[in-house]
Design a protein around this ligand. Structure first.
Ligand code: AHM
Ligand code: MG
Length: 327
């Protein structure tokens, strides 16, 4: 039963839209379609083992990574639902080599960049996975989609967030006015506001990094990790690493912590993709009072130059990221 006083995602979006009486409702419609796509993907994720959709799709994406059946399914679902919202002119996806142009709406106001199913290596082992999305406004609607529309700085983002398919399914997002989290009530299939105005706790919590790669991390990162382990006299911090950016970030958002994916010998620019992994998470982090940096620059200040560009990522509590940068 829906609890008294709960606000659904649709109600929340409608009340936000009502604050701007002259808007046409494109963004609200886009949100509703993203939300619906996530419910469809959630349904697939929940029955994956029964529906024969676990395992590899026997394909690799442009980045040479093995595509899982659920990666492909989630990608198709999100593209179909976003395109059918008739609000977007183009979609960028981790699973699609080139820009996907929405032929039904070439003059669409928005562009979506997404990782339809992040944390693919966790699909078969029943750990949390998720969808990451960011929404940009096109620069000149009278012109065809251009590089200027696609390679916008993170600071220009209109909205960004993620859906985590975890022990419960949550949609966490921001339009630049704080971060709100909605939990999917599986009974009524509605996202309900459960985590209003999410803020990173001031408490320095967990450090989260794939320490298997430690040997080739930059020296400054090695020094910071040594500090996290208490090797320089401080109280040691707890280590937690799921290997799913969304799950690691979401835990740190609630409990306090830092997530790191530095450059390594095999991934000299880090592993995570700027446009549809780092920027939306950085936007949520900053909106929650946190920080996201590459070691050189705030993630949101980078001017992208490639569709599937990778950057190192240090994200989480502001004080922890700053401490790392000074290490
Ligand atoms: P994916 O988009 O192919 O799933 O890869 C991204 C994931 C992130 O969710 C996670 O932070 C990272 O890869 C983990 O990488 P590693 O296994 O090298 O630690
Ligand atoms: Mg990913």
């Amino acid at each position: 039963m829906q609890q008294k006083g709960l606000i659904t995602f649709d109600q929340f979006i409608a009340s936000e839209q009502n604050k701007f009486p002259n808007v046409q409702g494109n963004l609200s419609r886009l949100f509703r379609h993203i939300q619906l796509a996530s419910k469809l993907v959630n349904s697939d994720v929940r029955k994956a083992g029964l529906a024969g959709i676990l395992g590899s799709a026997q394909n690799t994406n442009v980045q040479g990574e093995d595509q899982q059946k659920l990666d492909v399914l989630a990608n198709n679902t999100f593209i179909k639902m976003i395109e059918s919202s008739k609000t977007c002119a183009a979609i960028l996806s981790e699973e699609v080599d080139e820009v996907y142009y929405c032929e039904n709406n070439p003059k669409g106001k928005y562009i979506v960049a997404m990782d339809p199913l992040d944390g693919s290596s966790n699909i078969d082992v029943n750990a949390s996975i998720g969808t990451i999305f960011s929404i940009y406004k096109r620069i000149d609607l009278d012109q065809p989609v251009s590089d200027a529309d696609i390679y916008q700085k993170g600071r220009e983002i209109v909205a960004g967030g993620y859906i985590i398919y975890g022990s419960s399914t949550m949609l966490v997002f921001s339009t630049g006015n704080g971060v709100n989290g909605f939990t999917l009530d599986s009974g009524i299939q509605e996202y309900c506001l459960s985590h209003p105005n999410m803020q990173m706790p001031a408490k320095e919590g967990i450090y989260s990094v794939n320490e298997g790669n430690m040997g080739t991390f930059p020296e400054s990162v090695k020094r910071y990790i040594a500090k996290c382990k208490g090797e320089t006299g401080e109280k040691p911090k707890s280590a937690r690493y799921i290997g799913s950016l969304i799950a690691d970030f979401h835990r740190n958002l609630i409990k306090g912590g830092i997530f790191m994916y530095p450059s390594t010998q095999s991934a000299p620019n880090g592993k995570l993709r700027l446009l549809y992994e780092c920027v939306p998470m950085a936007f949520v982090a900053e909106q929650a009072g946190g920080k996201a940096h590459t070691g050189d620059i705030d993630v949101l200040d980078i001017v992208p130059n490639e569709l599937h560009q990778r950057v190192p990522l240090y994200i989480g509590n502001k004080s922890m990221v700053e401490d790392l940068l000074q290490s």
